[in-house]
Structures are given as C-alpha cells and as structure tokens.
Design a protein around this ligand. Structure first.
Ligand code: PSU
Ligand code: MN
Length: 305
C-alpha cells in the first residue's frame, strides 16, 4: 500500500510543495485539548496568518475521514474545536484512529510523523510533552520525546511547562541525542516565563544559525529532530511565583482525582486556564504567535541554503 493514499494535502500546501516554498506544520491537539473554544479557533487561524506573513506556508495537521490531513480548511478547524469525541492521537493511537475513520487531533509526536510523511521539516507549537513529575511511580514520559529522538523534524516551542519535571526532560533529551537549541537564550524557557534555572548546551542568536544546524543534522543523516526553544516575549510573561503556585494546585488536584495517562496533560492545561482566570491562556496564545514568527523565519532561511 502506498503511503500517499493516507495523505490529503490542502490546495495551499499542495501548491507550496509543488513550487518549493517553505512550509511550517502546526499541531491540532493544542486546538482540541489545549485551549477553550472559541479562542482555540481564533488562535489557529491567526497563527496560520502569522506564518504566511513571515514568508512560509502553514500546514495544520489532523486525522479526518481516514486520512492524515496536511493543511486544514476553516471548516476543518471548526470541527476539531467543536465536535465531541475528537481523539487525542499519539503514535500509539495513529493506526486505530485512521483505520476506524475517527476524527483525531495530532500531538507533537503525531504532527512530527505527519510532517515527515509530507516532506515538511519545520513544526511550530506552544509547548512539548516531557517527563512528568512523579515519573518514578507512574513511568509517564510523553511519546513526544521518543518522536524527537527518531523523526527528523525541527520543533519550535517555548520550552515546556513546569507541570513537567523540566531537568529530567532535558536529561531524557540528552540521552536520546536530541539537540535543544535556545533561541537568544542559554537557559530552558519554562513556557509562561522566559527563563528557568536549567542551563542549555546549545544556543543561537539568529535564525540563520538554526537553519544551518538543521541542515547539518540532515546532511549527517542524524535522523532525529531538533528542538528549538524560544522564550515567551517579556511583555507577556507571567510572574514565576504566581504561575508556579497555580501549577502546584493543578498538579495536586490531578493527583487527588487520580487522573493519569493521556488525560493528565489536557486536565492540567484546562485547570491552569481556570485558576488564572484566562491569564495563562493569553500568555499561551502570545507565545505561540511568537514561535510562529520565528519558525517561519527559520523555515525560510533553510529554504535559501
Ligand atoms: N503542552 C502544552 N499544550 C499542549 C500540549 C502540551 O502546553 O497542547 C499537548 C501537545 O499536543 C503535546 C501533548 O504533544 O499535549 C502531550 O501530551 P502527553 O503529555 O500526554 O504526551
Ligand atoms: Mn503520558
């Protein structure tokens, strides 16, 4: 069976591929499970436009009607944001959701897989999954990290939220051979805040340097992805003590309620929005926009190499 039978390109993405334009993938779990309606659809449309404004073509990815859709229409975005029973699809769930023709939102892991199938090298999101706090008991490590280890797509994000164990997430990425490059920073950004105590091994001050790192990794056949961590703009940062307190409360509530597995990240994300009265949502949206700008610029620079 031909892989192409499972892929469905939007007209915009098909045209971009045919004419060799830079393309940037976007995930859909951030829409279905990461943000409330209608801000999620608004964010999804605006982020696509920011990518266009910065010289690249957006390709939001999701699973619909038995296909890996590469590039979504506005109606598709609306479906993802409003339909009940949108599956959160990680690598484990992929074959099942495609075969049974359910509607599925792609995580970082499955957006990387779809992007690689589609020949797209860059992918912009908010935050990645990682090693969960208390992993010693639960063994909960996001499949996003394994995907970064094996799939050659560059992911531009704002670091990871401290709902995760950040230093262990970095250790895991090191073990798996994933370069983590700070854009204009030498510490890991912690999503809502631009800094953290955790030193990075690599950093770059220009998008051209990042493009050349990606090119070199590709030329060497290193296989895995590159993780670019881009701090939230200063004017949108939340106070570190404030957001850490909120995260502690959310994590404790998840534990009390016995929430585990694929449900824990969406639960924590929703809880944080609720406890911050939407302040975290505003920060989340702004950091995605900032990542879109940088990601499109990296993809354009790469195209010129
Ligand atoms: N972190 C966020 N926002 C998100 C996610 C993570 O700040 O929307 C989503 C992404 O789709 C990510 C997934 O790939 O959650 C990770 O889920 P898990 O921890 O179950 O692997
Ligand atoms: Mn998990």
């Amino acid at each position: 069976m031909n892989l192409n039978a499972y892929l469905e390109f939007s007209p915009e993405v098909a045209e971009a591929k045919a004419s060799g334009k830079p393309i940037v993938a976007l995930e859909s779990t951030i829409i279905s499970h990461g943000m409330p309606y209608p801000q999620n659809v608004e964010m999804a449309k605006t982020v696509e436009q920011i990518i266009r404004d910065n010289g690249a073509v957006p390709a939001t990815i999701a699973i619909m009607d038995g296909k890996y859709k590469i590039g979504l229409s506005e109606a598709d975005l609306e479906r993802l944001a409003t339909e009940d029973n949108v599956a959160k699809v990680s690598r484990r769930d992929l074959a099942e959701v495609i075969a049974t023709k359910r509607i599925g939102a792609t995580t970082v892991a499955t957006t990387m897989i779809g992007a690689a199938f589609a020949g797209i090298k860059f992918f912009v999101t908010g935050g990645i999954g990682g090693v969960h706090r208390g992993f010693e008991e639960t063994m909960d490590v996001s499949a996003d990290l394994e995907e970064l280890a094996q799939t050659p797509v560059t992911v531009i994000c704002a670091g990871a939220k401290s709902i995760l164990d950040l230093p262990r997430t970095l250790e895991y990425l090191e073990t798996k051979g994933v370069p983590v490059i700070g854009y204009k920073t030498d510490v890991l950004p912690a999503f809502y805040t631009g800094t953290s105590p955790y030193k990075l091994n690599g950093s770059a001050d220009s998008v051209d340097t990042i493009a050349s790192i990606v090119k070199t990794s590709t030329d060497l056949g290193l296989d895995g992805g590159v993780l670019v961590v881009n701090p939230i703009p200063k004017e949108h940062e939340l106070d570190a003590a404030y957001i850490d307190g909120i995260i502690e409360t959310a994590v404790a509530e998840a534990e009390d309620k016995g929430i585990v597995g694929k449900d824990i990240t969406p639960f924590l994300l929703g809880k944080i929005v609720e406890l911050t009265d939407g302040k975290s949502l505003k920060a989340n949206i702004e950091l995605v926009y900032n990542n879109a700008k940088v990601g499109a610029q990296i993809a354009s620079s790469y195209n010129g190499l």
